[in-house]
Design a protein around this ligand. Structure first.
Ligand code: HEC
Length: 217
C-alpha cells in the first residue's frame, strides 16, 4: 500500500516536471529561432498564394478562363490556389530543403482526401484552433489566431511543428468551399467520416491550416 502511495505521489510530482520540460523546450534559443523560421515560411506561403490568386487566377478569369481543379486537361485554365501551394510543397519535398522543413495544407473539412489531419499533432492543433473560434462567440473577424506549436521527436530528429489557421479571408473562399460541400462526392466523404454533410463556411471562418515542420537538428 505504501509503495502504491509512493508511486502515486511520484507520478503526481512528475506531471509538472513533464509540462515544465515541454515549456522549457519551447523557450530555448534554437526553438525560438525555429519558430521565427516557421513564421517566415507561413507568411511566404500565404503571400505566394495570394499573389498567385491575384496576378494569375483573377487575370485569367477576366480573360474568360481561370482556375479549375482539373486544369491539366482544360485548355487555358490553371490549378486552384490550394493546388498551387501543394505543388510548391511537393517540389520542396524533392529538394535538399526537405531535410530542413516541410509545408502542407490541412483541414478537418478537406476536399482533397490527402489533406486531412494526419497525426496526433495535427488533430490537437485543429482542436486548439477550433477552441479559439468557439470562444469568439460569432465575432470571427476579431480573432487573433494563435498557432499551435510543439517540439517533437521523429526518430532521432527533433522537429518543431507549427499549425496556423487558414481562414475564409474572402467570400470567394467560403463560396467555393460551400459549393464543394454540396457535391454528392464530398457529402459521401463526410458521411463516411461521421461528419455532418453540407457544411457552410462563413466569412473569416476556419477552413483549414498551414502545417509546417522545421528540423531542429
Ligand atoms: C474556386 C474554388 C476554391 C476557392 C476560391 C478556394 N478554394 Fe480552397 N480548395 C478548393 C479545392 C477544390 C481544394 C482541394 C484542392 C486539391 O485537390 O488539392 C481546396 C483546398 C483547400 C485547403 C486544403 C484542404 C483541402 O480542402 O484539401 C485549404 C486549407 C483551403 N482550400 C483554403 C482556402 C482558402 C483560405 C481560400 C481563400 C483564400 C480558398 N481555399 C479558396 C477550392 C477552392
Amino acid at each position: 500500500m505504501k509503495s502504491l502511495t509512493n508511486k502515486l505521489f511520484l507520478g503526481i510530482a512528475l506531471v509538472p516536471l513533464f509540462f515544465s520540460a515541454n515549456l522549457g523546450a519551447l523557450e530555448d534559443t534554437d526553438t525560438k529561432q525555429a519558430i521565427a523560421v516557421a513564421e517566415a515560411i507561413d507568411a511566404m506561403v500565404r503571400s505566394t498564394r495570394s499573389m498567385y490568386t491575384r496576378t494569375v487566377v483573377t487575370k485569367l478569369k477576366k480573360d474568360g478562363k481561370g482556375a479549375k481543379q482539373r486544369s491539366e486537361i482544360l485548355r487555358g485554365f490553371v490549378p486552384l490556389p490550394a493546388q498551387f501551394v501543394r505543388n510548391v510543397a511537393l517540389h520542396l519535398e524533392n529538394s535538399p530543403a526537405s531535410e530542413k522543413f516541410k509545408i502542407e495544407l490541412r483541414s478537418n473539412w478537406n476536399l482533397n482526401p490527402e489533406q486531412g489531419l494526419q497525426d496526433n499533432f495535427e488533430m490537437a492543433g485543429w482542436k486548439y484552433l477550433m477552441r479559439q473560434q468557439d470562444a469568439a462567440g460569432g465575432n470571427l473577424q476579431g480573432i487573433k489566431w494563435d498557432p499551435y506549436i510543439k517540439v517533437e521527436y521523429q526518430g532521432e530528429k527533433q522537429v518543431l511543428r507549427y499549425f496556423s489557421a487558414d481562414t475564409a479571408v474572402a467570400q470567394a473562399c467560403a463560396g467555393c468551399h460551400n459549393s464543394w460541400e454540396n457535391r454528392a462526392s464530398v457529402k459521401k466523404l463526410r458521411g463516411e467520416a461521421n461528419m455532418e454533410p453540407g457544411k457552410t463556411f462563413r466569412l473569416n471562418e476556419l477552413i483549414g491550416a498551414v502545417s509546417i515542420s522545421v528540423a531542429l537538428n
